[in-house]
Design a protein around this ligand. Sequence first.
Ligand code: ADP
Ligand code: MG
Ligand code: MG
Length: 490
Amino acid sequence: SEVTNITNRLDAFLGSVNIIIRGKGRSWKWKDMLRFPHISQCMELAKTLERDYYSLCVKQPIGRQLFRLFCQSKPELQHCNSLLDQMCVQVVERYGESDLHEYLSGAPFLQYQQSMYFDRFLQWKMVERQPVTKHIFRQYRLLGKGGFGEVWAFQARASGKMYACKKLEKTHVKKGKGEAMALNEKQILETLNSRFVVSLAYAYETKQSLCLVLTIMNGGDLRFHIYNMGTSGLEQDRVQFYAAEVCCGLHHLHQMNIVYRDLKPENILLDDNGHIRISDLGLAVTLSEGNLVRGRVGTLGYMAPEVIGNDYYGLSPDWWGLGCLVYEMTAGRSPFKRKGERVIGKEMERRIQEEEEEYGKIFSNETKDFCRLLLTKDPRDRLGCQGSGVYGIKSHPFFRTINFRRLEAGVIEPPFKPDPRAVYCQDVQDIDEFSTVKGVILGRADNDFYIKFNTGSVAIPWQTEMIEMGCFKELNVFGPQGSRPPDLDW
Ligand code: ADP
Ligand code: MG
Ligand code: MG
């Protein structure tokens, strides 16, 4: 382990040198790494791919681009592109298939599948589905430590995009019986697609660990910002902004019938620009159609009364959690604990179930009213849990300055931008090294679980990476009049 340690550090160091020398940090072999297979090698994929217009031409970013290039190439379809420009995926999701999509999903979609643009889509798809190993990433600094392993800054060698890699040490997972939890986290993350929740771009395994490659969040967590920036508590505009973004993240989860169950400042991470995302979905659970769940999970001090009481619940614990979060961001302490006080489990639970929280002068009337409504003990009376659902929350006066439509479109400037030179976390030297647990033997049964975990790239984030980093544009060239350029392996 000494040796791997030194190798890791050396690798991280060399990686930094690489960035300095080459700027963007793409590997010099990047075109080889993303080489298109010959179209004849895509036939198996062509046979098995589900021909769903919405998935192929709307949701998947590369599919969408190629379908639009196809429309551009047909005089009778060109006007559709300008109409598509005015629409975004969210609009389509909200209002169902618009007339335009209804039309495009008919004959044009059939024609598209006969075109060279669709062939190209299959080629991209094959590249996307290449096996993922640790060799396609470069490893940089340690970002944090979780229950089963460390989180490191990673870079995809082919595109240069930075990510956070959450490693789950296989021996730790086995010793802590964390298999179901790890798989659950991975499976929930891969179904999500929201700017307010970390995205999973790759899931793969190495000899020692299971790895989740996630959106990198360099700005520290809200806990750090509430307590370690000199003052305790945040200004009201920041509280409103973070609360609003968390609210959108929760809304996205809830639309998919997922309860998050672990809302607390530590789990809300900031990116370089000051936007936040919900992270750490280890305790999230999908509710089956119309059903409730039970389970005393969460973090002491943030669990809702119905969770502590071991009742059946739906999405209500998350709105309680939002109340705790807004309270803590405002007051610089959690609602049921005085500053610096240590409270044992039983007493904390009693306070949550029985005591009414107090509001000091620092709370404005709207903030107080908002927290009170969210910290309602009985989930049936709680804001967000009634008929109007999340709209009841979004229309509360606390959010009067927030334009949710613009927020969801990502066009609102955050009130605080992290300093790019600062490191918003405890000194990484203070984080103990992870080593393998001795005496845990990994066998055949474990392998079945690793296979379920090790699914490689996740379509939407991977395609987004290709487009965002310019790889798509540079590689997706066609010859004159759509002839096949010789250098691209057509
Ligand atoms: P666990 O589920 O074991 O608690 P977390 O997902 O909370 O693990 O990750 C552990 C720590 O790693 C976090 O507290 C944070 O400091 C860091 N971390 C996790 N995800 C990211 C990310 N996407 N970007 C940057 N740092 C992260
Ligand atoms: Mg955590
Ligand atoms: Mg977790």
